[in-house]
Design a protein around this ligand. Structure first.
Ligand code: GDP
Length: 445
């Protein structure tokens, strides 16, 4: 997701940053390119327009253009506006403060991933927040929809409301509330029926269910792969039911990203979760700041460190975070990151998450390398002397040859590793300058 957009924007900004001085014309020119990139990524036109207006207004200011690093400043403005467009700095958690059972109603079109997301969220609530959830399917249209939720309940260990064949949605909803009260359930998740398109019957049914259950959360599930259509769907739903948030599914796919970028502006509601795969643990809280950095090609350092923290020894993650904060990043650090990557599922998953990884991965893919490359890279670093690892600048042609021979690779591969290290270092510096690591200290503090 976001790959093309990210490439386009990185291109524009690399050119901007590459220049010492900027004038208003340069900024306007760059913004025109950004606008085209956004539209090509399927961002809704009014959203793209308002974004460009805001950025341009701030970016052509004298303070920016006269600063020592105008290009950098413009990128920061774009970053900040992107974060705002995605919903601001904070993650939007579910509102679970109401008297239990808190009702979470899931709405959306058929095939959007509604049932799967219901189970994923229920699982999160149970596993991560120690809540007692109950799920009920009100989908009497699609054959086997209720059965599907039951199976997902069995897989996640979350209780589901017993199925009574022939019962209608509003009655099922009433029964679900009763059951939830009797069983001292904390959160009741209602998976409502979807249709293939927005229609009156669907809307009427949703309203009826909402009126008997007074949900605290009404989450619209939208498939990010549907691009502009997702935006239209969101618009129709938010006109009809009081949405409280959005779940964006298939963020793992190759959607162009416009849906994600427009959703907040169109619905006025936060994206609360992102679905990232078919598995039942493939869901994440939506972090606007991280997504923005990912789009701008700066990688998702905080996300990376969090993942690393989950996968590796806490001590090692602490050490890594501290070094990143200090802007230190030598071959030893790169090596331990590479090893973590291997533990975390290889390059595919981490590409784009880590600064420089995306480019490195592209370079690798184009030269026919794959995950085995991690093993090679590890071997290359292993063949360096401790001094070289701490200070890779020492690696002149002669030393590179020795390292290549020692690791059974080629000087070309050694160069690639050095380039990757350089790119990561640069990306980290950039993120530090932009204050993007604010959260990192807190994470381990
Ligand atoms: P519903 O009709 O809206 O209830 O849709 P389902 O929950 O049945 O999902 C339809 C298909 O999409 C299923 O095969 C899911 O496994 C898949 N799916 C749901 N969410 C995601 C996601 O975030 N990523 C991917 N790759 N697939 C998903």
């Amino acid at each position: 997701m976001f790959d093309t957009l990210s490439d386009r924007l990185t291109g524009v900004f690399d050119r901007l940053r590459g220049r010492g001085a900027l004038n208003e014309q340069d900024v306007r020119e760059a913004m025109r390119e950004v606008r085209v990139a956004l539209l090509e990524a399927d961002v809704a036109l009014p959203v793209a327009r308002s974004f460009i207006d805001k950025v341009t207004e701030k970016a052509v200011g004298q303070q920016v253009l006269k600063s020592v690093t105008p290009g950098q400043q413009v990128v920061k403005i774009v970053n900040d506006e992107l974060v705002a467009m995605l919903g601001g700095d904070e993650v939007a958690p579910l509102d679970l403060d109401a008297r239990p059972p808190v009702v979470v109603m899931m709405v959306g079109l058929q095939g959007s991933g509604k049932t799967t997301s219901t189970a994923k969220i229920a699982r999160l609530l149970k596993e991560k927040q120690g809540k007692k959830p109950l799920m009920a399917s009100l989908d009497v249209n699609r054959p086997a929809a209720q059965e599907q939720l039951k199976v997902l309940g069995e897989q996640t260990g979350v209780a589901t409301l017993p199925i009574i064949v022939g019962q209608q949605p509003v009655d099922i909803a009433r029964r679900a509330i009763e059951a939830a009260k009797l069983q001292a359930v904390d959160v009741l998740l209602l998976d409502t029926a979807g249709r293939l398109h927005v229609d009156e019957a669907l809307m009427a049914e949703m309203k009826a269910v909402a009126s008997v259950t007074t949900p605290t959360e009404v989450l619209l599930v939208v498939d990010s792969l549907t691009g502009q259509d997702a935006v239209n769907v969101a618009q129709s739903f938010s006109d009809e039911v009081p949405l409280t948030g959005v779940v964006l599914t298939r963020m793992d796919g190759d959607a162009r990203g416009g849906a994600a970028l427009s959703m907040r502006a169109v619905t006025g509601k936060p994206i609360k979760f992102a679905g990232t795969g078919e598995k039942l643990d493939a869901i994440e809280a939506f972090h606007p700041g991280r997504v923005a950095s990912r789009i701008l090609g700066m990688g998702d350092i905080v996300g990376l460190v969090e993942k690393a923290a989950a996968a590796v020894e806490k001590e090692e993650a602490d050490r890594l975070a501290e070094r990143m904060l200090k802007g230190k990043f030598d071959m030893n650090d790169l090596r331990s990151q590479l090893r973590q990557m291997q533990q975390m599922g290889g390059l595919g998953m981490l590409a784009g998450l880590m600064p420089g990884m995306k480019k490195a991965k592209q370079a690798m893919a184009s030269s026919g390398m794959d995950d085995k490359v991690l093993v090679h890279l590890d071997a290359i670093i292993g063949s360096m002397t401790p001094r070289e690892r701490e200070n890779p600048d020492l690696l002149n042609a002669k030393r590179k040859k020795r390292v290549a021979a020692g690791s059974g690779t080629s000087v070309q591969e050694v160069n690639k590793l050095l380039k990757m290290h350089q790119e990561m270092g640069r990306a980290m510096k950039q993120i530090r300058k932009m204050g993007g690591l604010k959260g990192l200290g807190a994470l381990f503090g």
